[in-house]
Design a protein around this ligand. Sequence first.
Ligand code: AMP
Ligand code: MG
Length: 353
Amino acid sequence: MVITIESLLIIMSGLVFIILIVIFITSNSKKTYIVKEFYSLGTTNQLKVYGKNANKAIRQSIKKVYEIDDKMSVFKEFSEISKINKNAGKEMQIVSKETFYVIQKAIKYCSLSKGAFDITIRPIVALWGIGKAYQHIPPINEIKENLKFVNYKNIVIDENTSSIFLKNEKQEIDVGGIAKGYAADEVKNIILKNGIKSALINLGGNILSIGTKEDGTPWNVGIQDPTRTRGEFAITIRVVSKSVVTSGNYERYFDQNGKRFHHIINPITGYPSEGDIISATIISDNSIDGDGLSTGVYIMGVRKAIKLIEEINGVDAILITKNKEVYVTSGMIGKFTLASNEFVYKNMLFEEM
Ligand code: AMP
Ligand code: MG
């Protein structure tokens, strides 16, 4: 058989065509996102970022989270929070604009929750050993003694000089209940600046979604079943560009004498909150608001919590009680799915409140 130049050209162009199709298919089915896990803010974090600048955005984001941890960790001696605590009762401590902003926001949520959320809780948190390897039940007299210093109204702030002062020298603050929310908002800004339209920020279980999934459908966010091991959900919700922050009794705890002692402390008793709520989720645009509210709402109990969140525009709540009942604010009705049949949705009669 004689192969002419023409037929050779036809065969070759056919081959080139097939190769191009194969390249096209494989490049389209290739993962278009990058997932990165890292440890900071006392927890495990994960960033899932779509788009061509994903690597750069992730690098910048992790750097930013490390910086925030350096400024705001109560466990780092050189942090701005530690400096405020060391200067308590002595002098004003100048801090960066961002630490000032977080404290200012925190005070707002201390006040809105009528002191259920109180960042001057640190001396009590320290007694319980929360965040340390050795957690234990402290002697009652020590709890009582330290409760005297818990009062956010003793935090003096001066915006002009960007400084903070604690009136009593025994006072100490802890922004652990709100800093993750701030960090998530900062990560979101970095990701958006990189021109990315789709990402999921997960800082220790606090979720902040950017846009939709790449295929245009909403993100599906699971709310941990507080009675089961990590990864088993009680509820799922579909969100677009929303923060979903949960405070739960399963995050940090130790068991003693058959009882669970968790990390959310009631500032009235000095003991882990024993109200009706075991998981409080706040859905909001900004994560700092969700984080600041979730910790306080957990302590406040269902009735007061629903009332407070109903009063705040653009913010919603999903609460799970000890009895495995689920309560939601009016904005969430019909927008969640029970992922386990052990949980029962209770419609709160708003007019009764
Ligand atoms: P979160 O996981 O956002 O609910 O925050 C819990 C963390 O906030 C704890 O690990 C403590 O560092 C701190 N914390 C505990 N109880 C309170 C409280 N009543 N007010 C403010 N912060 C608290
Ligand atoms: Mg919180």
